[in-house]
Ligand binder design. Structure first.
Ligand code: SAM
Length: 363
């Protein structure tokens, strides 16, 4: 069953802020189903039924930041810090290429030290050369997610061959942003970085955490409007998951069911408003719900980032508790994923960079 009121609203061509808030407030099963079904329809009509894979490599858990929610924040002394070697990163990339994943994401804690940036630059350069094959004449597509950096660093890494960059704004309510970050990390500088990334030429991704302590439906609607105003190409967002070793670990926040409801609705409503962007069904969804990523696909997501990090470091990169796939290897993750995507009635787009249609239209 699908609520006619919500179905009609979801199908409106121009959604206002009030519409977004109303859609995010869907609670009854038929209301949620109406929003979901329209988001899936828009996705299939605008972008097709392909699901694009980005093998996720967690290059280092060392971090100079102290975000109040994050398990690998610099003041968490319980974390065993590591940095993968160039050879480790290249070997993950080769595995991605062999399995037909079109792209990879290199993610890490935020580090600006020369040694680390040199490592990433060299890794990007070599991946683009060493993963070239008949099926992938340009090699793997590379997305970076290594935090706020200078324009020069963004330029160097772009010149080396990375072409997409993810930097979540976390929350676009400046007060909430300030409440979850130390004073030296400013909302303005994060927005500035998103603008720099676009100037340098990257396809730009951002996103928020959903269900943060004190976050309202108005905040979430404003997050979606922010994505639209900044003309963002890719979205990665997921539920906030409290980590006991962090200052936000025991603040009251919505319960798991409520955070999941909001997270799925955020995917759907973002799809309805932004139409042709790429949206990831993130790992955090699966951490709270064993079939969270498949549901994410059914609510309008079209990207999945399968774990590719070497099994021995997976447990050391815990942004939040309950991270799935910690004991598995890349091959296990591959067969499990095929099943999950088919279950959602979709098709994996192998050997394709799978750039967002939105970005391609701009170019
Ligand atoms: N350091 C880079 C940055 O800040 O962009 C990239 C890695 S950072 C750890 C990746 C994302 O993890 C963050 O943008 C944040 O949204 C998410 N994250 C961290 N702690 C989380 C938590 N407790 N629950 C849900 N997501 C979390």
């Amino acid at each position: 069953p699908s609520s006619p009121e919500f179905a009609e609203l979801a199908a409106k061509p121009e959604l206002t802020r009030a519409d977004l808030i109303k859609l995010l407030s869907a609670k009854a099963e038929d209301e949620i189903e109406a929003v979901r079904a329209e988001a899936e329809r828009v996705l299939l009509a605008e972008c097709g039924n392909g699901v694009y894979l980005r093998g996720l490599v967690e290059a280092s858990n060392a971090c100079a930041c102290d975000c109040l929610y994050c398990g690998i924040r610099k003041s968490n002394r319980e974390v065993n810090r590591y940095t993968l070697s160039l050879e480790d990163i290249l070997s993950c990339a080769r595995q991605c290429a062999e399995m037909g994943y079109g792209s990879m994401v290199i993610q890490s804690g935020e580090r600006a030290d020369k040694k680390f940036i040199d490592l990433i630059e060299e890794a990007v350069r070599r991946i683009r050369i060493e993963t070239v094959s008949e099926k992938q004449p340009e090699g793997l597509g590379i997305t970076l997610c290594i935090g706020q950096q200078t324009k020069e660093t963004y330029q160097r890494l772009y010149a080396a061959g990375a072409h997409r960059y993810l930097l979540r704004i976390e929350s676009t309510n400046p007060k909430l942003f300030a409440a979850i970050h130390p004073a030296e990390q400013s909302f303005e500088s994060r927005v500035e970085c998103l603008k720099l990334l676009r100037e340098v030429g990257y396809q730009v991704g951002t996103g928020v955490m959903i269900g943060l302590p004190g976050q309202t439906l108005e905040d979430l609607a404003d997050d979606i409007l922010f994505f639209s105003t900044l003309d963002i190409d890719m979205i990665g967002m997921g539920p906030f998951i409290p980590h006991a070793g962090t200052p936000l670990g025991d603040l009251p926040c919505p319960d798991v069911a409520e955070r999941l409801r909001l997270a799925f609705l955020m995917i759907a409503v973002t799809r309805l408003k932004l139409r042709d962007v790429n949206i990831a069904a993130t790992t955090a969804l699966q951490a709270l719900d064993p079939i969270g990523r498949e549901k994410g696909l059914r609510f309008g997501a079209n990207v999945i980032m399968p774990q590719m990090s070497p099994t021995e470091v997976r447990a050391d990169y815990q942004l939040y508790p309950g991270k799935p796939c910690i004991d598995e290897n890349a091959k296990d993750c591959q067969s499990c994923l095929n099943m999950r995507v088919e279950f959602a009635g979709r098709k994996i787009g192998l050997y394709a960079w799978g750039d967002s249609l939105h970005a391609r239209k701009r170019q």
